[in-house]
Ligand binder design. Structure first.
Ligand SMILES: Cc1ncc(COP(=O)(O)O)c(C=O)c1O
Length: 386
């Protein structure tokens, strides 16, 4: 079969390969500890599961769902957004339910970028920003994120000729993979920059609700004028341990939200209604559910950060997000270290370079395993590094 240039230029998705590698090792009898994917190991809330099962019984719900989601879902998400960020969204106009935020990133990129446009992508990055750009013929321009800059892109460093062709700036805080967060001053600067240079901003906030202690990540839509230039992606995957349900939301600039709706409705047929009811149930959960869940992640974070630092893998204590971003030990390259570690110990981490060249010298460690397994992983790493 002769395939298109689009496919021939598309690399395989890293985590699809990683899953295969893990399955092979497990089949060979290795006790694999995967701290690789950001796939929550904790269960979805009980009431969400019950609501889904109940809605499944209604045969009316087996029919094609609404293309743009049920009105009730829009309303509940708008109320959640108001409670969480003190930002008022117009339910039907400013919100588009998605089958996970990943597809929303691809659709939003395609709704903004033309072939030949420049797409400004902070590096390291969630790989979808690059594929969302290149599949429509846009050209990524990478903005390296450095520890000394708090993993915030230096917008002033972008040359004028690049800016002239740039159409889109991707942002992602709390950040995957570095777990860095952005403050209000940065978001103000980014919104002002987008206005000045006629850019759209796609802010990926998939990790909005994984935070520790008093810290609360902010929405870019809290910045005055943001909704004229920006959209933001939210996801129930990490927020309510519902990764398999596939529920995301695109919110913000109504033109872009509407454009994504138009694109999506030409390609898929909306979200299964029982899943929409389950999402409504989740969004109405009391704040105490999140607090309890985030306490579990906080303990895992402490264990990992202390463990990594004790192994000479320098790691910062994070305030949000699902990952620890740790330096590779003894000058190992990211890929050599993760391959060696997996072969020697069965502990599977993600090399920083899977998220771009700026991830060299780092590994991303996911907190999606119980404390006992994390402790075992650290013990094996210590023994291997001795
Ligand atoms: C930064 C970031 N954005 C978006 C997603 C996609 O999440 P989902 O499609 O499950 O909402 C992920 C998943 O790992 C992610 O890390």
């Amino acid at each position: 079969m002769q395939l298109s240039d689009l496919i021939n230029n598309l690399p395989p998705y890293h985590f699809a390969n990683a899953k295969k590698k893990i399955a092979e090792r497990k089949a060979a009898g290795v006790d694999v500890i995967s701290l690789s994917m950001g796939d929550p190991d904790l269960p979805a809330p009980r009431s969400v599961i019950d609501r889904l099962c109940m809605a499944m019984q209604e045969t009316e719900n087996h029919r094609y769902p609404e293309y743009f989601g049920m009105r009730a879902l829009h309303e509940v998400f708008a109320a959640w957004f108001q409670r969480r960020f003190d930002v008022q969204l117009t339910p039907e106009r400013d919100i588009m339910p998605l089958l996970g935020s990943k597809e929303g990133l691809a659709y939003a990129g395609a709704a903004v970028l033309n072939a030949g446009d420049i797409s400004l992508i902070p590096d390291p990055y969630y790989p979808v920003y690059v594929t969302a750009s290149t599949t429509v013929g846009a050209v990524p321009y990478l903005l390296p994120l450095r520890e000394q800059n708090g993993y915030l892109p230096d917008l002033d460093s972008i040359p004028a000729d690049v800016l002239a062709k740039a159409r889109l700036l991707w942002l992602n805080y709390p950040n995957n993979p570095t777990a860095a967060c952005a403050d209000r001053a940065f978001f103000e600067r980014a919104v002002e920059f987008a206005h000045r240079h006629n850019l759209a901003i796609i802010h990926d906030m998939a990790y909005a609700e994984v935070y520790f202690d008093e810290y609360r990540p902010m929405s870019i839509l809290q910045i005055p004028g943001a909704s004229e230039v920006a959209v933001e992606l939210h996801s129930l995957s990490k927020t309510y341990n519902m990764a398999g349900f596939r529920v995301g939301m695109l919110v913000g600039n109504p033109d872009l939200v509407g454009a994504v709706g138009r694109l999506k409705s030409n390609i898929d047929s909306g979200m299964f209604r029982p899943v929409q009811y389950a999402a409504i149930e989740a969004l109405n959960l009391p704040a105490s559910w999140l607090e309890e869940r985030n306490t579990i992640y906080r303990r895992r974070r402490d264990l990992l950060v202390e463990g990594c630092n004790a192994l000479g893998m320098q790691a910062q204590k994070t305030t949000a997000g699902l990952y620890v971003w740790a330096a590779t030990p003894r000058g190992y390259s990211a890929r050599d270290f993760t391959n060696w570690l997996f072969d020697t110990t069965g502990v599977f981490l993600t090399p920083g370079t899977n998220f771009g060249d700026a991830g060299e010298g780092y590994v991303r460690i996911s907190m999606t395993a119980p404390e006992e397994r994390i402790a075992t992983a650290l013990k094996r790493m210590k023994a291997a590094l001795q």
